[in-house]
Design a protein around this ligand. Structure first.
Ligand code: NBP
Length: 478
């Protein structure tokens, strides 16, 4: 065979990635379970470059140069396993199977192990940027063996998004690392959207600014610290007027947000790692609550607001901007901290500066901020938490008074701001000298003899609560 890469699974993502490879001069073998999709792609875009049309997986595999690079772009879950199972008998040692779908990292770890035992490389690749990105340059987060990246990496870097000429694609780490990083990216995307939503709600219900006017506010915000793709498209969506009714588009859309699962996965993984990603978790919960339409309808008549006269600060609009920025920073700090913990758990040497650099273009959370985050983690700096990097400690310090005013005002107005509020709680939790966790430890020791440590020395202790409350040294069994 002569094709440098083959793509099987030619729905929108696979078709666009195949076209992207072809536009970059690669010969691309095409395969899809249902033949019509292959032919449709060739009919519409056959002149994008060199494609090899195949009907069966045997033909498809034969069309590829060795070591073969087979990109699977089918629906995540069982279909990926089904395709791998059919491919394996057709492949030979050192061939590379690539899964570019939104697979769960645990599946990727399992598949990599199975295939490595068969002498095959398995590369789980996180691809971000949707349909448009797949065609014109996505952000690409490849996992798998370093060896496979030597053969595959340059091709992926070619088709990736570029930030000032630098490819938004680099080897992440082994097995499930690429999909893990993509998952956390999606979690951050959830919180980015939620904080924007909270800002919109506050400006509308707190300051009475209508959507068309808010479009101008967001456009203005997009020229500063908040500059990003999501802020830019927020202005577009808020400025849009529904053709049927003449109302603002946001007023005719049902206010229940869906999710496809990567946000949920991020939170599940975070809980297992003991990682406090409150901003992401609250974003997932906010979508869940928005979808409880039956309960929300009952609550309309059942639960009172209990709000009184509220003085909205004169500085409110700019306060909200600063609160949005601060909450966003905390969500990023939490997400990056989660990557750090995952690295320790899964034995991945994750480079946070490199990861931030991949998100600067091509993906949904692309923003100038990510270039600053990359610099904050430059080798030699590596703060324990993003917020400790001098530039960010200063920036969040400047925003914190406005952030507190916004959260307090939101509570008084009865406007839910789960991420503005929970990220502020995280910020305060992190910086407080003493936390009430000491009391929690006392309670746990009383009802369950869970023991505690003392601030004034080594050792593990238990108080004889039911007896004379004397303290004894305890075996630390917990
Ligand atoms: P879909 O996720 O809708 O999957 C459709 C493809 O899977 C078709 O080619 C279909 O073949 C194939 N397929 C299925 Br379903 N079951 C199969 C099986 N048992 N054996 C072989 N093929 C099977 O496609 P998509 O929307 O292009 O997404 C592809 C992947 O990319 C997914 O993992 C998705 O989550 C991810 N994705 C990422 C982004 C992003 O922004 N990064 C966006 C959208 C999707 P058929 O034509 O014969 O039915």
């Amino acid at each position: 065979g002569t094709a440098q890469i083959g793509v099987t699974g030619l729905a929108v993502m696979g078709a666009n990635l195949a076209r992207n490879f072809a536009k970059h001069g690669y010969t691309v073998a095409l395969h899809n379970r249902t033949q019509a999709k292959t032919d449709d792609l060739l009919a519409r875009h056959g002149d994008d470059g060199n494609f090899v049309r195949t009907e069966t997986l045997e033909e498809f595999v034969q069309a590829l140069e060795r070591p073969r690079r087979v990109l699977i772009m089918v629906k995540a879950g069982a279909p990926v396993d089904a395709v791998i199972e059919q491919l394996v008998p057709l492949l030979e040692k050192d061939d590379i199977i690539i899964d570019g779908g939104n697979s769960l990292y645990l599946d990727t770890i399992r598949r990599e192990k199975d295939l490595a035992a068969k002498g095959l490389h398995f590369v789980g690749v996180g691809v971000s940027g949707g349909e448009e990105g797949a065609l014109n340059g996505p952000s690409i987060m490849p996992g798998g063996s370093k060896e496979s990246y030597q053969s595959l990496g340059p091709m992926l870097e070619d088709i990736s998004a570029k930030y000032n000429g630098e490819p938004c694609c680099a080897w992440i780490e082994t097995d499930g690392a690429g999909h893990f990083v993509k998952m956390v990216h999606n979690g951050i995307e959830y919180s980015d959207m939620q904080v924007i939503g909270e800002a919109y709600d506050l400006l509308r219900s707190g300051a009475g600014i209508e959507p068309a006017e808010q479009a101008k506010v967001f456009t203005e915000w997009n020229t500063g610290q908040l500059n990003s793709f999501l802020i830019e498209i927020t202005a577009e969506v808020l400025g849009h007027v529904d053709a049927r009714t003449g109302k603002p588009f946001v007023d005719v859309v049902v206010d229940s947000a869906g999710q496809k699962g990567t946000g949920r996965w991020t939170v599940i993984a975070a809980l297992e790692l003991g990682s406090p990603v409150s901003g992401i978790a609250e974003s997932v919960f906010a979508r869940g609550l928005s979808s409880q339409r039956d309960q929300r309808a009952v609550a309309q008549d059942t639960l009172i607001a209990g709000t009184g006269d509220v003085q909205v600060p004169e500085t409110f609009v700019d306060d909200v901007r600063q609160a949005l920025y601060a909450s966003k920073l905390v969500s990023y700090a939490q997400g990056l901290d989660m990557l750090d913990l995952a690295g320790k758990q899964y034995d991945w040497d994750l480079k946070l500066d490199k990861i931030a650099s991949l998100w600067r273009a091509g993906c949904i959370i692309r923003a100038e901020l990510l270039d600053d985050i990359m610099k904050a983690y430059a080798p030699g700096n590596e703060p324990k938490n993003l917020l400790f990097a001098p530039a960010f400690a200063k920036a969040i310090g400047e925003a914190v008074p406005a952030w507190r005013r916004v959260v307090a005002t939101a509570a008084q107005l009865g406007i839910p701001t789960p991420v503005f509020s929970s990220t502020l709680a995280y910020y305060d939790g992190l910086r407080r000298d003493r936390l009430p966790a000491a009391l929690t430890q006392g309670l746990r020791d009383l009802f369950g003899a869970h023991t505690y440590n003392r601030i004034d020395g080594e050792g593990t202790f238990h108080t004889l609560w039911g007896e004379d409350k004397s303290e004894i040294e305890a075996e630390d069994t917990h």
